[in-house]
Design a binder for this molecule. Structure first.
Ligand SMILES: O=P(O)(O)OC[C@H]1O[C@H](OP(=O)(O)OP(=O)(O)O)[C@H](O)[C@@H]1O
Ligand code: HPA
Ligand SMILES: [Mg+2]
Length: 183
């Protein structure tokens, strides 16, 4: 393998592009059914959710609008700082809207439990969460998540939008980062 190939930094591939694609399509179909007759505002949490937003929205068939928020709690490390910072707020007014937050991962859950409460305070008709990945062993807060793609082990993963120090987001599969990369 080319030494510059980013996938060489993975210890193990957890999900291939095809497996992710299949699961995203299933979630999109479920969301279409659940929101029948209601227009969804998809809120993508930058930057990690860029891939799931792009793929989920295109796999959905109902009318929807999209907006973006940028928050960060990981900086350049592999552990949450626990402090969520808004780097970019939404443009949309949430009053009476059906908001569906699209996320790449729930790890400690701190980002989404904070974000859900923040969006709920803006007068929406509803706020639900869709995440592609969740780490059940890492979740520290009680958080109601309506759509979960896959539960994964408590390891630092990269790819499909997920980064380590801003790298690896462009991998089309998702895998466990090899410890030699960050130790
Ligand atoms: O459940 P938690 O422990 O809070 O972790 C999940 C959050 O961490 C990552 O974002 P990050 O802060 O790395 O920003 P990024 O999306 O720009 O990479 C990820 O995209 C989630 O938003
Ligand atoms: O496992 C992870 N990988 C990348 N970013 C993350 N943000 C929270 N958990 C993770
Ligand atoms: Mg990150």
């Amino acid at each position: 393998m080319d030494a510059k190939d980013v996938s060489a930094d993975l210890k193990e591939v957890l999900y291939t592009k095809e497996e992710i694609d299949q699961r995203v399509r299933e979630m999109a179909a479920q969301i279409d059914r659940d929101y029948e007759g209601r227009e969804v505002l998809l809120v993508g949490v930058l930057k990690g959710a860029c891939m799931i937003m792009a793929d989920l929205s295109r796999a959905m068939h109902s009318h929807l609008t999209m907006d973006w928020m940028a928050v960060s709690s990981y900086g350049s490390g592999t552990k949450s700082s626990g402090v969520v910072r808004i780097l970019k707020d939404l443009d949309a007014d949430l009053l009476n809207r059906h908001v569906l937050i699209a996320e790449d991962i729930i790890d400690s859950g701190l980002t989404l439990s904070w974000l859900k409460a923040n969006l709920e305070s803006r007068g929406p008709a509803s706020v639900e969460i869709c995440t592609l990945f969740r780490k059940p062993e890492a979740v520290k807060v009680d958080i109601d998540v309506k759509y979960v793609g896959m539960d994964i082990p408590n390891e630092f993963v990269v790819g499909y939008g997920l980064d380590f120090a801003e790298k690896y987001r462009n991998l089309d599969s998702v895998g466990i980062l090899a410890p030699h990369v960050y130790e």
